[in-house]
Design a protein around this ligand. Sequence first.
Ligand code: BGC
Length: 720
Amino acid sequence: MMFSVSKIDKLMERMTLAEKLGQLTMTAAGYAVTGPVIAGDSTDSIRNGTIGSLLNLAGARHIHEMQRIAVEESRLGIPLLIGLDVIHGHRTVFPVPLAEAATFDPQIWERTAREAARETAADGVAMTFAPMLDVSRDPRWGRTVEGPGEDPWLAVQMARAKVRGFQGDDLASAESVAATAKHLCAYGSSTAGRDYAQVDVSERTVREVHLPAFAAAVAAGAAAIMPAFTDIAGIPMTAHKALLRDYLRGELGFDGVLVSDYNAIRELINHGVAGDIVDAAVLALKAGVDIDMMAGAYRDGLPVALERGLVTIDEIDLCVRRVLRLKERLGLLDDPYRRGATTETPDAIEARRRLAREVGTKSLVLLKNAGDALPIAARSARVCVLGPLADAAREMRGPWAAAGYDEPSVSVLAALREALPNATVTHAEGVTIDGHDASGIAKALERLGDGADVVVLCLGEAADMSGEAASRAFPELPGEQRALAEAVLERARGADIPVVVVLFCGRPLIVPWLVERADAVLVAWFPGREAGHAIADVLTGRTSPSGRTPITWPRALGQIPLFYGQRSGGRPENQADRFTSKYLDAPNSPLFPFGFGVTYGRVSYANLRATPASATAGDVIEVSVEVTNEGPRAAEETVFLFVRDRVASVARPLLELKGVTKASLDPGATATARLRLPAADLRFLGVDLEPVLEAGEIEILVGPWADPAVLLSSRITLRV
Ligand code: BGC
């Protein structure tokens, strides 16, 4: 049989070592006033084939110019791979990923990724460094904002949806970009929530909590994966053979590209596992990392390593082939200019803006609504909008808004004025987000004194207080905001004016005092460009809030890490017994559990059924529950299905999420929510860390959030 020599084989035959290492080298580009500049290198390197990829470049004109140099002026004419962090939208900024997670809606995750891919590709970019799939159970960690929250099942759903959204049906399409699942893995467990710090987690936790989302991303066809900056038990992920080579490439069969994190190969020296850049390059290559982002370690270190016999040319070739294969899959080898060839229509842009508003609305989480303070009554003629985030349009985009920084966004104040044209809307900032000047508080109180039917108090973090390198030891309200809030709450209580707090944050904030004293608390996270409109939609009652928190809200810093999926332990909490697992000075319970969020309805649960009562491995357990809206307003209820395996060979978590569904309920309406639970999903990792399905009783728990006290429970028996 004859095989035709592929394009890649032909290229490989002609490449020099320097050109091969060029394909493994990714360098940053930035913007100069007059166009793109290549940081720390020059377009000459593209010309001579020693750079094969760029990051941080957007704009079809600039990218096509770079491509032209690569294609027309380099010896082999291999197009560049251009990547960019598109974390929550490109030009159109959608809510931050943690906020999107709060929608518990995979269709939304896929739609925003698809639209972001279209915009990104229209800008000439072929690859994104997203989705971030790191499970986080520590609100101190700033990057919590970039991910799916605390739950591995949710992370799996997000992985699938995002990869599908970014890559579409055809990676070569001019509307698709390569997804990079990051950061493999357990980055979210960095010690004490400090970014880049050491990670020490058990292999069980790695496999049960941190890896499933990556396995799902691989199964969904993710083109690339990025190892984390961090180590696990002393082995930096960039050099982690067992996880990158044996698990990812071996067990999962991942044949895409492994792209290092920014300068991470060089940082192997700081980690203390490499003496110099040559060592560092050898370790990363041996672990199977294909692209060296920003370290220049492959380009400088591998020629020496090759000479010393520390690596072979075959090992290098393998990486080069994977990179070329990605370029081929992206259609770049056929037509390097396919992305960015067409301009986007105003209709498409307008549709994305509407999507941003819809998703922004659905990602808001109403934590409290005492006395039905919300929605703002139609008769509210005087609305007093206070706080440093009330008129802070730029902050609304949240961290890592990439190419969307120059796009407009809507503040709460502007949107409320628009939504309530007949009301008198007054405003004072009071204090800045994190300054220490409290002198403006008096003016805010004056505004309140002018007379108000309701106060909307906009508090929280600045956009750049979460994200990379944004860990906080005190995840609370920064600056003088507490003083402002206390003064406003005090004055409003005296005047019998309800106070509605809108909280902007990239993580749960520890604010029990605020929740206790405010009438209503709406968590906005960072909703993106349509922030104000989305918030006003919910405040005015145009839309009923439906978001649920994808991460537990602790009461106290000392409770961290606090998450719903803990194991019982041998001495579970018992208030009557001192020698059980608890604190002397704080309850164990969170301020708000995973999944918490109220609507404008009042939903009750009844008649949980799970059949068959006795199931075998191949069965699907049909779970149903009746939900009734007993409130006066329509609501979209999110229904959670958890399981608990009370007796197993390995102690299982108190609750494990296995499914979510939604029910739209008019006032007085009852609906049956149905969920399917394949018995095979009840497998877990046994004593030897191999998957097992064990016979016995499984508790099925269904309800509005991860608090056993509010869940209905049924049991099935598993026979194997
Ligand atoms: C981050 C990555 C990101 C990369 C490129 C790094 O600092 O950890 O998540 O993709 O920079 O911007």
